[in-house]
Ligand binder design. Structure first.
Ligand code: TYM
Length: 328
């Protein structure tokens, strides 16, 4: 059976970009594969947090995963820090990752540009921890958005490097990036990706946003003066809105263009806001339901951690053995 692994960093709250670029596909894969979906809390430690707030954010992320419809009976849903093998393998893979490779990571460059007073070593070696997440489970497929492609290529290189030095140990994973929606853009700056941590929250739709906020944000979305609903690189704002409409409503791009052929941007925005509000209704209901049943939520992540640990330990035994570490 094929293994799927993916995760999101618990910072702020899930965005429409996370949903369309990744989680929608996580859900689609759960029927046919053994999927592990993690809240990668250790990755979030590269920025400073108030511990109490962080604890709430982590729990809320797990509930948001469930509210997106991920089946807690089928999937292994867990917190990364609950499975210490991630940190263990991360150290080992650090020793198989070159500075030159890490230096080329665009996400590191962007993040250190944004946060000049805290460029810590964790931020730099972040991709080795991500490689550990994936390789621990002998993952075949990693469903992610476009921005993770570079990290996945590095993961493959690290796996191949280890395998060629010590013999077949890790499955070399493939990425799974959707054809449409792999990079949802900011509603305010459509040349920038929509991000959890954008200071301009008008550019980002959060799954937790109120209906009013969603309608307002779509209304204010930056467009252009063409007033033609055409999917074109010259109309980045409109291209983004068409993409969102198409992925959420399950229409092809051509169908969306046809729907709004004789209509202007106002009509597109109005219908898109309605589609978003409708699409997020079940999410909101489920979120409340799970929040009112935290005992169940706790059993989900505890069981998740247990199942993940068993799988991870199997790989780690092999890794320690291959490296010549003494068994306890
Ligand atoms: P993160 O938390 O930034 O994002 C989670 C997932 O959402 C996708 N995504 C987007 N897709 C389309 N448009 C956007 N605007 C957009 N923004 C985010 C991301 O590509 C990602 O799939 N390093 C990862 C977390 C991670 C991970 C892993 C992922 C750690 N270990 C192992 C996969 C496998 C990250 O920061 O994702």
């Amino acid at each position: 059976e094929k293994i799927i692994f993916s995760g999101a960093q618990p910072t702020g709250s899930l965005t429409l970009g996370n949903y369309i670029g990744a989680i929608q596909n996580w859900k689609a894969l759960e029927m046919d594969y053994q999927c592990l979906y993690s809240i990668v809390d250790l990755h979030s430690l590269t920025i400073r947090h108030n511990p109490e707030e962080f604890n709430n954010t982590c729990l809320s992320f797990l509930v948001q995963y469930l509210a997106c419809g991920l089946d807690p009976e089928k999937n292994i849903i867990f917190f990364q820090s609950n499975v210490p093998q991630h940190a263990e393998l991360s150290w080992i893979l650090n020793c198989f990752t070159y500075l030159g490779e890490l230096n080329r990571m665009t996400q590191f460059k962007e993040k250190s540009e944004k946060n000049k007073d805290n460029i810590n070593a964790g931020l730099f070696t972040y991709p080795a921890l991500q490689a550990a997440d994936i390789l621990l489970y002998q993952t075949n497929i990693v469903p992610v958005g476009e921005d993770q492609k570079q990290h996945l290529e590095l993961t493959r290189d690290i796996a191949l490097r280890f395998n060629s030095a010590y013999g077949e140990t890790f499955t070399v994973p493939e990425h799974y990036i959707p054809k449409v929606g792999a990079k949802i853009m900011s509603l305010q700056e459509p040349d920038k990706k929509m991000s959890k941590s954008d200071e301009n929250t008008n550019g980002t739709i959060f799954l937790m946003d109120s209906e009013d906020d969603i309608v307002k944000k779509i209304k204010r979305a930056v467009t252009d003066t063409e007033n033609k609903v055409i999917y074109s690189d010259n109309q980045a704002g409109i291209k983004n809105l068409i993409t969102i409409y198409s992925t959420l409503g399950n229409y092809s791009i051509k169908e969306v263009e046809a729907m709004f052929e004789d209509k202007g941007y106002g009509a597109l925005k109005k219908q898109l806001a309605e589609l978003l509000v409708e699409s997020l209704k079940p999410f909101k209901i489920k979120y409340e339901e799970y929040m009112n049943n935290l005992d169940y939520v706790t059993t989900v992540y505890k069981r998740g951690a247990q199942r993940a640990t068993e799988m991870a330990e199997e790989t780690m035994k092999d890794v320690r053995n291959k490296l010549g570490l003494i068994a306890k």
